[in-house]
Design a protein around this ligand. Structure first.
Ligand code: FE2
Ligand code: FE2
Length: 152
């Protein structure tokens, strides 16, 4: 089995762990600021990333590798909501680029299953990216009126 593929799966896992840490940190901060609706959506995305991290670890184990537990970045704290969204858009966009590239390598390494895992993750990351972008656009366009709908 390909060491290259195992490294890509682990790199993706590190990316997922960073996203989990970031989205959970934001979830707590938003909850604390009474933006309950936004907080619970961020929590939902964090849980999706946990499932991704788990799926990647299972594949690494199947390929006889060792799943990493290291994040590839540090969660930012104390950001304004618009900056949180910018951070998240960056995380999702990077993951999308990584997973698209990884799926090409998996194909050339003739590892169809790992390729399918990256493709499955990509579908979710594109949804996450689009969600964060939509919220940011609404805030840019409507400002406090829109933010008021995210409290609770
Ligand atoms: Fe993910
Ligand atoms: Fe994501």
């Amino acid at each position: 089995m390909s060491k290259k593929v195992i490294d890509l799966l682990n790199a993706a896992r590190s990316r997922e762990i960073t996203a989990i840490t970031q989205y959970m940190a934001q979830h707590y901060e938003l909850e604390d600021q009474d933006f309950g609706k936004l907080a619970s959506k961020f929590k939902e995305v964090a849980i999706a990333e946990m499932k991704h991290a788990e799926k990647l670890a299972e594949r690494v184990l199947f390929l006889k590798g060792e799943p990493t537990s290291k994040p590839d970045g540090v969660a930012k704290k104390g950001q304004a909501i618009v900056d949180m969204l910018k951070t998240n858009i960056g995380l999702e966009a990077t993951a999308i680029k990584m997973y698209n590239d990884a799926s090409v390598v998996c194909a050339s390494e003739k590892d169809q299953i790992s390729k399918e895992i990256f493709e499955e993750l990509l579908k979710d990351e594109e949804e996450h990216l689009s969600y964060f972008q939509n919220v940011k656009n609404h805030i840019d366009e409507l400002g406090p009126a829109y933010l008021a709908t995210l409290t609770g």
